[in-house]
Design a protein around this ligand. Structure first.
Ligand code: GDP
Length: 193
């Protein structure tokens, strides 16, 4: 897909701040530092529109990006940051529960994982959380450029098995360095529109 326009429209905490046009939405989640911002920026051809906002102490918001005036990417704050306080973690959980339990225009969630490693307990919890709300998931296994070609199938199998992916949920090897997987990721996203 050719992205000709991408802009941040709002950093929201409460539902009343969510965009109200009813455009389709795709949420992006992943543990801190996994490569989520790099994924978003690569997908929309920007150097740094999406930024890591998951440092402890920073306000945790859902960042809505309007793409081609047609749909939203919703950047979910990263998880698994050890230094985050209990209070911050609780606020994060509440915000996600509110958004994912009631957002009707949400089409699918993209769960970003690191292709080099077995998904963490936090990744599994996140996947199970999406399934609980019956949200389709596209798993993006990023940092593909960091492993050898011969390892890809084995790593993908490990991710699929560890998360216990539904057969209907896709997994896409991706690299923000080389843009491998970019067309496949767009195809998987656009299939929901
Ligand atoms: P976020 O916290 O999930 O938003 O992670 P970032 O997008 O900020 O990425 C964390 C680090 O991983 C940065 O140093 C990125 O340059 C690096 N990174 C992200 N994606 C890739 C990738 O596909 N390949 C490689 N080699 N590095 C990546």
């Amino acid at each position: 897909m050719k992205v000709t326009k991408a802009e941040i429209v709002i950093s929201a905490v409460a539902p009343k701040q969510y965009p109200s046009e009813g455009l389709p939405e795709f949420a992006l989640a992943g543990r801190s530092n996994v490569g989520k911002s790099s994924f978003i920026n690569k997908m929309i051809n920007r150097k740094a529109l999406a930024r890591t906002s998951s440092k402890p102490g920073k306000t945790q918001t859902l960042n809505f990006y309007l793409i081609n005036d047609f749909f939203h990417f919703v950047d979910v704050p990263g998880y698994g940051y050890a230094k985050v306080s209990k209070t911050e973690r609780a606020a994060w959980g509440k915000m996600l529960e509110t958004y994912f339990s009631e957002r009707e225009n949400l089409k699918a969630a993209l769960l970003i994982v690191d292709i080099r490693h077995q998904p963490t307990a936090d990744d599994q919890t996140m996947y199970d959380f999406f399934k609980h709300y019956q949200i389709p998931v596209i798993v993006v296994a990023t940092k593909l450029d960091k492993i050898k070609k011969g390892q890809v199938a084995k790593q993908i199998k490990q991710v699929r098995e560890t998360l216990d992916l539904d057969s209907s949920d896709q997994i896409i090897p991706f690299s923000s360095e080389t843009a491998q997987g970019k067309e496949e990721a767009w195809k998987a996203i656009l299939a929901f529109l």
